[in-house]
Design a protein around this ligand. Structure first.
Ligand code: TTP
Ligand code: MG
Length: 595
């Protein structure tokens, strides 16, 4: 008889948490429909950089797919209504609003955004509290309490059955396991919150489980406008849930890990740089392969820059084990940055025009993300307070940074994605002197001054060697190095609250000492070191180039979608934004972090 290999011992998943994962349905399309309700019943595609970034479910029923060219989408559905989605501000604003709504129901503030339209919520504490309130003799007439201090805040529900769909076998109320009841309560809370989101005009899907990994995978089972509780009470059930998934579907297992493991399991040499991403291998095939163990994975996946402990991490993911926490919410982002890509800007007036546009957007974002209503009684304190607007800065960015990248590579003259260079300096105080509406004339003056006095000199330092012919392919303007304000003390606010807030604000900040130093990013794998873009809005704001005729496409090596070549850089940035975020959330797995 074969003895079990001790190296292949299965890790066990924590089951003491209840985690919800919300994903808004066809997010950009819903945002547009809410502005133009007549579009709701029509097939609708949202266009960005010449491709359909997303489409509503009416269009999907007609065969339109996300991330296809306009021509393909029109072929599938000639009546498709196409709306421009280049300006991301409305999407960000809705995202922020819905996030705040969900946050208002969190007791432990463990709420984490992933992209613009996904949110994790750890509701373990709310669920534990409500378990205690249940009357086992009248489960069908239960009451879910939403506030420990207000017994009337809550909703009635039937605790004899789950809300929404269940994945896994439910033995009904005769199963008196605590975990089943915790998940059941989680399902009712999820449904309540989804209805709250619907009151704001947005439908969503939700997964309910015991970890971020399982909740995200579960939520995908019934989309749109639905929810799924993963009822996997034992280790065996978790494994059978995981085993059926394609390797590539597992968050944290990126395209390169997939290819390495697929190659190993199938016994084939795989081209790791190949622009093809078909994934036929399931989690089960890899997990049960006798040659796969944590040390074997560590060896297989090791490479320059790879993370130590990757073998254990991937081994855990294959077993559905993800102990990463839902990170507590932060009041302010670590940085705010706005960027756009171009097909080679050379003229000074083009540079000036783009810097003005980007800086105006940046100022708008700073106002949305960093200003709060000031309810302080009495006179305004400090130079950063406008008595008229009654707004105050939650945090001050101390540094402004400009980053550029050439459009084409100096060696082969082809568009490329690295060689970013950055310079930073202190953010001039006048930027924070006004809290007036960012579209006011005083805000316009601030933008003009910031561009002429600060950003243009930075630009010239960055591109000093070239007098003309800059060939600019990307400009990014970013404020960072946030510091808490001291308004609370001076205005006599509750000092404990103030300190708590400052601590919250400062906890996650990485302080940079970048005094006018040039940063050179040698390659794509490393270029996120100047881009801690957790909440940074580093989406491309790109002017739409209507290139519907250009059907020259590559398959994205990260997600497998066919993307027109001209849109590939933008699409890769989309993934990198996700990957950067995952690095920060502890999901990423070394150099193979892309999903
Ligand atoms: P997704 O969650 O991929 O899609 P979705 O919310 O539109 O649809 P689903 O119902 O399947 O969840 O992306 C969220 C938004 O991000 C989407 O509305 C459009 C945008 N997006 C891009 O702009 N570019 C991209 O490459 C991708 C993948 C998404
Ligand atoms: Mg979505």
């Amino acid at each position: 008889m074969d003895l079990p290999d001790p190296k292949r011992k299965a890790p066990r998943a924590r089951q003491d948490r209840v985690i919800l994962h919300f994903d808004l349905d066809c997010f950009y399309a819903q945002c547009v429909e809410n502005k133009q309700p007549s579009l709701k019943t029509l097939p609708l595609g949202i266009k960005q950089k010449g491709i359909i970034a997303t489409c509503n479910y009416v269009a999907r029923r007609h065969g339109v797919k996300k991330l296809t060219t306009i021509a393909e989408a029109k072929k599938a559905c000639p009546d498709l209504v196409i709306v421009e989605g280049e300006d991301l501000s409305p999407f960000r604003d809705v995202s922020k609003r819905l996030y705040s709504l969900l946050r208002s129901y969190s007791w432990n503030a463990k709420i984490e955004r992933l992209g613009l339209d996904e949110v994790f919520l750890d509701v373990s504490d709310v669920v534990s509290y409500n378990i205690e309130l249940l009357n086992k003799n009248a489960l069908h007439q239960s009451y879910f309490c939403l506030s420990p201090s207000d017994p009337e805040a809550g909703f009635a529900f039937d605790a004899t059955s789950f809300a929404g769909c269940v994945h896994g076998r439910d033995n009904g109320p005769s199963d008196d396991s605590v975990l089943r009841m915790r998940l059941l309560l989680g399902s009712h809370l999820a449904q309540y919150l989804r209805f709250k989101i619907e009151e704001e005009g947005y439908t969503s899907s939700c997964g309910i489980s015991t970890s971020k990994l399982l909740a995200k995978l579960a939520g995908d089972k019934n989309k749109p406008r639905n929810q799924t509780t993963l009822l996997a009470l034992g280790q065996e059930e978790i494994l059978s849930f995981m085993d059926g998934h394609k390797l590539r579907k597992v968050p944290g297992i990126g395209s390169k890990i997939t290819r390495v493991l697929e190659g190993f399991v199938l016994g084939k040499e795989m081209d790791l740089d190949m622009h093809s991403m078909e994934c036929f291998t399931t989690v089960g095939q890899v997990r049960t392969h006798p040659g796969i163990s944590p040390p074997a994975l560590e060896k297989l996946l090791s490479g320059p820059g790879s993370e130590r402990g990757l073998g254990n991490k991937v081994w855990a993911l294959l077993h559905g084990v993800d102990d990463t926490e839902v990170k507590p919410a932060r009041d302010v982002p670590t940085q705010i940055s706005i960027e756009d890509t171009y097909k080679g800007l050379n003229e000074p007036q083009e540079i000036m025009r783009e810097l003005l546009t980007l800086t105006a957007s940046l100022l708008r974002r700073m106002h949305i993300d960093l200003l709060e209503d000031d309810d302080t009684p009495g006179d305004a304190v400090g130079g950063t307070h406008s008595t008229l607007a009654r707004k105050r800065w939650l945090a001050y960015p101390k540094t402004i940074r400009l980053t550029t990248r050439p459009y084409t590579s100096p060696t082969d003259n082809k568009p490329y994605n690295w060689a970013r260079v950055s310079r930073s300096c202190a953010l001039p105080g006048f930027v924070l002197n006004s809290t007036n509406n960012p579209s006011s004339s005083s805000a316009e003056q601030i933008v003009n001054r910031l561009v002429t006095e600060t950003l243009l000199p930075l630009f010239h330092k960055l591109n000093a060697e070239k007098q003309r012919g800059w060939n600019i392919g990307l400009i990014n303007v970013c404020v960072t190095n946030m510091t808490g304000t001291d308004g609370g003390v001076a205005s006599g606010r509750d000092i404990a609250t103030m300190f708590r807030r400052q601590e919250d604000i400062l906890r996650d900040f990485r302080v940079h000492n970048e005094d006018m130093k040039g940063e050179h990013s040698p390659g794509r794998g490393q270029d996120n070191d100047d881009e801690e873009s957790q909440d940074s809005d580093t989406w491309d704001h790109h002017d739409a180039h209507d290139l519907d005729e250009d059907l020259d496409r590559d398959r994205c090596s990260l997600c497998g979608h066919f993307i027109p070549r001209f849109a590939m850089l933008a699409h890769e940035r989309y993934h990198r934004m996700d990957a950067d975020r995952e690095v920060q959330k502890g999901w990423a797995t070394g150099p193979f972090q892309y999903r």
